[in-house]
Every structure is written in C-alpha cells, then in structure tokens.
Design a protein around this ligand. Sequence first.
Ligand code: HEC
Ligand code: HEC
Length: 311
Amino acid sequence: MRRTAVGVFMFASLSFAVGAMAADRPDWAFPVTDKAPPATLPDDGKPKSAPGSDRSYTRAQIEDLYNPPDWYPGIHPAMPAVVAHGEAPNVRACAACHLPTGTGHTESANVAGMPAAYLLQQMEDYKTGARKGSGSMLAIAKAISDEGNKASAAYFASLKPRVWIRVVEAETVPKTYIAGGNKRVIHPDHVFEPLGARIIELAEDENRLLNRDPGSGFVAFVPKGSVDKGRALVQAGGPQACASCHGENNRGTKDLPGLAGRTPTYLVRQLFMIQNGERAGANVEPMKAIVAKLTTEDMLNMAAYFGSLEP
Ligand code: HEC
Ligand code: HEC
C-alpha cells in the first residue's frame, strides 16, 4: 500500500477528501521561460558547428523556426516540407522543436516512432482544445493543412525510436534556470542545489541543445531510489498493467505510444494533465482510472523508471 493507514483514515473522514487525493502540480515538469533570466555572455555572431557535420549556422539561422538547422541529413529520412519549414505564417517547422529525428527537447515531446493515427488524434485534440499544455501546439493544430498534418504524422511515425535520455539518480544537481523557448540551462553561478522531489533534465551538451543539434541528448537527474520504486509501481499493475495497453516492454503498439525511453518530465506532465483534466482528448478515457489515485511522487517514480528503459 502506498498510503499509510492514517492517511486513508484522515482522507475518508474529511469532506474535501477527493481534492486532497489529487497530485500537486509539479512545476519542475512545466518549464516556462524565466521573466528575469540571469545575465549571460552575448552571442558572438559567429557561425556554429556540430561534431562530424559539414554544416554551419549562425544563431539567427538556428532561431529561424521556419527553416531550422538540419545538422545531419544522413541520420533521418528526407523531411516533408511541413516538418522542415512549416506552413507560414502560423505553422512553424515541426523540426524546430521536435528536431529532424523527432526526439525533441525535454520541454516538447519525443515523437519518434509514435503511431501515425495516435499523432493525428493528438493534433485533433489540440485543435478542439480538449488537450492543452502547449500553446504552440494548439495554434499549430488549428492552422495546419490536412496534407501537412498527414505528412508530418507519417514522417514521425516512420522514425526509429532512439536512446535519447540517460537517467541518473542524484541528491544534488546543478542550479538551472529556464532560458528562451522554455529550455532548461545551467545557471551562470555554477553552483549545486538539492534535487529534492523533482526530476531535472539537462542537455548532455548545452551548446548542442541551443544549436538544435539532434546528435546529442539529455540526462535526467532523478531522486535516489526512484527507479526501483517506479518499477515496483508499474509491475504491481496486474491486468491493468501499463504494458497491457502500451505494448511489450512498454515500447508501444501499432495504436498506442510507447513509454520506454521517453522523456521523464514529459511523462509526468501527461500523467498530471490527464489526472486534472487539462488533457481530455477523445481517447483518454482508459487512462483516467489509471491516473486517478496517483500522487506526484508516484508519477515521478514511474517516469524515472520508464526513462531508464530502452525505447
Ligand atoms: C514551437 C515548438 C513546437 C513546434 C514548432 C511543434 N511542436 Fe509539437 N509539441 C511541442 C510541445 C511543447 C509539445 C508537448 C506539450 C506537452 O508537454 O504536453 C508538443 C507535442 C506534440 C505532440 C504530442 C505528442 C504525444 O506523444 O502525444 C504532437 C503529435 C506534436 N507535438 C506534433 C507536432 C507537429 C506535427 C508539428 C509540426 C507541424 C509540431 N508538433 C511542431 C512544441 C512544438
Ligand atoms: C487500458 C489501456 C491502458 C492502460 C492499462 C494504460 N494506458 Fe496509458 N494510455 C492509454 C491510451 C488509450 C492512451 C492515449 C490517450 C490519448 O489519446 O489521449 C494512453 C496514453 C498514455 C500516456 C501519454 C503518452 C504520450 O505520448 O503523450 C502516458 C504517459 C501513459 N499513457 C502512461 C501510462 C502508465 C504509466 C500506465 C500504467 C500505470 C498506463 N499508461 C496504462 C491506455 C492505457
């Protein structure tokens, strides 16, 4: 039992029991650009490079969300126009945020290898507003053409999931702040702080993150013991076990997304938003009973465990 007898008794005897059972909003899983970011060195304006790539881009080119960099054209299939360039003026290039490899950044989503029908349904849910959680996606889903929608879903579904995040149990983490584009980066003070009951994800190489370079992924710092606790929770699921719907080893099915190797904070965001109703898309019903009684800590532990699995 995850709740103490005392806790159950208290909740049962109070009239606001139901509200008290819900998870607390895990702000660390919802990165929002800091209003007053610390002062950092200005960009030197010089073209940036990437290891093993013969291309170079300036910061302004990297930040062009209608023509984002493609550092390694050899590691992914040819991108349809909507993925590489979007549909101006309201649909920014998918590759700007999800990268040409679909693996994305921790503030967006790893969509590599997700079933096309699942991706299309999420676009529909964003369009109707039934799924919230990203202003960009709501605007994009409203504006995208049918053709662009189908082409992008087919492209991301065709990609092979790849190892993109390394889970490390830790007690302290580098102090961070949220830079432009909701990207978590190391604070210029270069000090450590307690991790506490959070997951903090950092780029393996911050310059490569800022350069939208899909050749280098992330490390997720998770609390000590969380991977084992998450494994125990997931395995205690019985017939409603996650894998009964999310596929063998939770690597997904032809209809449903995988959970293995996905970005842990992304998973926490989704579990939390399904629980509180911000994510209420057409197919979310089977998940509602599953998340109903989860605490924020349960969500964190399961996400740490899934992040540690091979996709
Ligand atoms: C400006 C950044 C940005 C751009 C451009 C962008 N996305 Fe996203 N996308 C996001 C964010 C952020 C999320 C995750 C929201 C969350 O955590 O709930 C997301 C999530 C998604 C999801 C849900 C994934 C899942 O597993 O349920 C789909 C599908 C998606 N995006 C498709 C697209 C497509 C297709 C395009 C191009 C037409 C695109 N996105 C362009 C930022 C972006
Ligand atoms: C009875 C079937 C079923 C079971 C069991 C189940 N899921 Fe799901 N899950 C779904 C469906 C269906 C969706 C897609 C929901 C949607 O389209 O909005 C989903 C979506 C999700 C998502 C969002 C994925 C993404 O890419 O955004 C997460 C996270 C998730 N499930 C976690 C879990 C976990 C953790 C468990 C086990 C504790 C679990 N699920 C068990 C059916 C199930």
